[in-house]
Write a protein that binds this ligand. Structure first.
Ligand code: GDP
Length: 350
């Protein structure tokens, strides 16, 4: 061996070049959303958010909420394919001395990344001392019950046709929906889905969202989900800024691939973001010229994590970001991605 550049090296180099070209082409044509389309979607979401603020202040002046705000990939320039969804964050205010959080690993469910929120001091501050006592189930603040409060309001007592006609949108709550979602038609062919996401910011800075555990057995119903989204997105962006890297581009390409391939639809933005953050710890070259190499490596890493059945959260390694997948889903995802390693271009054919 050792006879310099071989035929197969050349072939491999040519294939890589072509993957590199195809990835950028795919990025331009399928992944990236025109600025104007993003602006229209943001506008529609903002109009709805403003209406809801007015409505809630008028209708429920004593509900302890901080100001609602919009968030998600549409606001971080990380949305892909179509500008069609956003989250409306609804931060609840909890009395510090009445509620405390218990990490999921310290409960019988043993699920890191989730928490229980326990009502404290009931003997001195009896039921109804806190507005949110109405959402207490078995001594814990129930995210399901919190969602039901908003569901009643949003689906029951808001006159969406009236608000919609003022704003020139067609707005309707999506039923059934696991979270609480509004469908907004804002141009003849454009639809935007806005999820209500009740949120708790605990004293130690932990953010908990009312998004149920996917494999929710009854005993999981009281679990709040810890959210790392703000921190993990900020870290990814900061790394790119330090070295002019293409991590966000790589993330967007991978998100689009998973969105456009039904067999990969179970892979979400958080898993991809964390896989890239973990890969950043091993791999230094994130220049645009390395996009194809990093993309292939990301696929290989994902296959490895799936084989292990475990993808640690980069910001909290005890959290397994695959914990809501069934064994069968893990196997199928692993198989699909493993096959894609030998034909990565196949992933880009839409
Ligand atoms: P995309 O929807 O795939 O473009 O990915 P995003 O980065 O916008 O993530 C949105 C998803 O993350 C939703 O399913 C949310 O329920 C979940 N999520 C978890 N924490 C947060 C958070 O702090 N803000 C938002 N907007 N979504 C969050």
């Amino acid at each position: 061996g050792g006879s310099g550049t071989t035929q197969s090296d050349l072939l491999r180099a040519r294939m890589r070049l072509s993957l590199q070209e195809h990835l950028w082409e795919f990025y331009q044509n399928n992944v990236n959303i025109p600025a104007e389309e993003q602006a229209m979607a943001r506008r529609a979401a903002l109009d709805i958010c403003a209406e809801l603020r007015v409505f809630l202040h008028a209708k429920l002046p004593d509900m302890p909420l901080r100001e609602m705000y919009l968030s998600g990939s549409l606001y971080d320039d990380l949305q892909v394919v179509t500008a069609d969804h956003a989250q409306l964050m609804v931060p609840l205010i909890l009395e510090k001395n009445l509620w405390s959080s218990i990490p999921g690993e310290d409960t019988i469910m043993n699920v890191p990344g989730f928490c229980l929120v326990r009502r404290e001091n009931l003997e001195y501050f009896p039921r109804k001392s806190s507005y949110w006592d109405r959402c207490m189930v078995g001594g814990y603040l129930s995210p399901k019950s919190v969602l039901e409060v908003f569901d009643k309001l949003v689906a029951g007592s808001i006159n969406w046709p009236a608000i919609g006609s003022v704003l020139d949108y067609v707005i309707r709550p999506v039923v059934p929906s696991e979270t609480l979602t509004l469908e907004v038609q804002y141009e003849t062919h454009r639809k935007l889905y806005v999820d209500f996401l009740p949120l708790l910011v605990m004293e130690d800075g932990t953010s908990l969202i009312a998004k149920p555990h996917r494999l929710a057995a009854e005993r999981h119903e009281n679990l709040w989900r810890q959210s790392f989204r703000v921190a993990e997105t900020a870290r990814l962006r900061a790394l790119d800024q330090e070295d002019g890297g293409c991590r966000c581009t790589c993330l967007k390409v991978a998100k689009a691939v998973c969105k456009l391939n039904p067999a990969l639809s179970r892979i979400n933005a958080s898993q991809l973001t964390n896989a890239i953050l973990l890969l950043s710890g091993k791999e230094g070259d994130w220049t645009e010229e390395a996009l194809a190499d990093r993309f292939l490596q990301l696929l290989r890493e994902l296959v490895g994590h799936l084989e292990a059945g475990r993808l640690p959260c980069a910001l909290s390694p005890k959290v397994n970001l695959f914990c809501e997948l069934t064994d069968q889903e893990v196997d199928e995802l692993g198989y699909t991605l493993y096959c894609a390693l030998s034909d990565p271009e196949g992933l880009l054919r839409t």
